[in-house]
Design a protein around this ligand. Structure first.
Ligand code: FES
Length: 341
């Protein structure tokens, strides 16, 4: 499950340089295509600033595609990743001070709205930005055994393999449960590869994970986007948010956008992934399943089920569709297309 299409977002600023290196190195190691999205406010600066990112990619032997966008940066990055069906967005997150909030507003918004995984890259020294340098050597995968955490673990292992990086597994909570979950994760997802370390931690999950990463000198934390169960058994959706904001190292947020068909009840909708395709599935009150392409017919963003209005909504430009695909609001003019599941 290596990445196939990576969007590297840059604004040309000095701190984005680290993300440019990591994005290019990951694309090379994963044999993924690279799309550089340059957001800008002043058109005259757009082209010159993108040259550094292109040169970094060329030094890794890549021929990236370049997209220039002049809207609100986070929204433009998310839209390009969605329309181009990227599976990873790489972007810099500003800051240097341990203990202070070190994620910028663009990174924060992209993390919340991305249709795919997001890798937040902290600023790194020039030595670690040289062409051919592997971006990560020691990764930490945090899991609570949930399906989102399993996905994060799969991403972590898939990323570690081409990079030759080690994986440490961490659990926060009761030691007996942790032992079972970590052993199971290593056996099923790690395919029996012994983790470099297994860490069973207590206390606040986000603090415990970040503390372990700092103590063990790890360079990447991998978490699912839906949170981890904490020591008190509470589902804490704030965990990935807090880790992405305050971690002392880079953070990969593995995103679960899809549901399984069985999770969609009568009168509800949800996105189901089949192969490489996202399908908008609506199950009517009688239980009949209606499958539609999840691509908005305006410009191709992915629609989302709105349980309040019971419509398919497109966040890119506001189109709205009825459960069976008819247009409720434009700018889309055509209904969502029926498809197979
Ligand atoms: S892509 Fe424009 S409204 Fe959906």
């Amino acid at each position: 499950m290596a990445y196939k299409r990576i969007v590297l977002a840059t604004d040309g600023s000095p701190f984005a340089e680290s993300a440019e290196h990591v994005g290019a190195a990951l694309a090379r190691a994963s044999k993924a295509s690279l799309l550089i999205v340059r957001t800008y406010e002043r058109p005259e600066r757009a082209q010159s600033a993108v040259e550094r990112a292109v040169a970094t990619a060329s030094a890794e032997g890549l021929e990236p595609e370049v997209v220039l966008r002049d809207g609100a940066p986070a929204d433009e990055i998310v839209e390009v990743a969605d329309v181009k069906e990227a599976d990873l967005i790489v972007l810099g997150s500003r800051g240097l001070s341990l203990g202070e909030q070190i994620i910028g507003s663009v990174a924060s918004r992209v993390s919340r709205h991305a249709p795919c995984d997001v890798l937040l890259v902290r600023e790194r020294p020039a030595k670690r930005r040289e062409a051919g340098t592997m971006p990560y050597a020691r990764m930490l995968v945090a899991t609570d055994g949930s399906s989102t955490a399993d996905r994060a673990a799969r991403k972590g292992y898939a990323l570690a393999t081409p990079l030759g990086a080690s994986v440490s597994l961490a659990f926060v909570g009761h030691p007996a449960t942790g032992e079972l979950i970590l052993r199971d994760t290593a056996a099923t997802i790690g395919e029996g590869t012994e983790p470099a370390t297994t860490l069973i931690l207590g206390g606040d999950p986000a603090e415990a994970i970040m503390g372990a990463a700092a103590r063990e000198g790890l360079d990447l934390i991998v978490v699912g986007n839906r949170g981890l169960a904490g020591a008190k058994g509470l589902f804490l959706s704030s965990v990935p948010k807090k880790v992405s904001e305050y971690a002392p190292c880079d953070v990969l947020i593995a995103r679960t956008v899809a549901q399984s068909l069985s999770e969609i009840g009568n009168g509800e909708g949800g996105i189901v992934v089949t192969g490489d395709h996202k399908v908008a599935v609506y199950r009517d009150q009688k239980g009949t399943v209606h499958a539609l392409s999840a691509k908005c017919t305006h410009m191709g963003c992915t629609v989302k089920w709105n349980p309040g209005e019971r419509t398919w909504d497109c966040r890119c430009h506001g189109s709205r569709f009825a459960p069976k695909g008819e247009v409720v609001n434009g700018p889309a003019a055509k209904p969502l297309e029926p498809t197979d599941l």
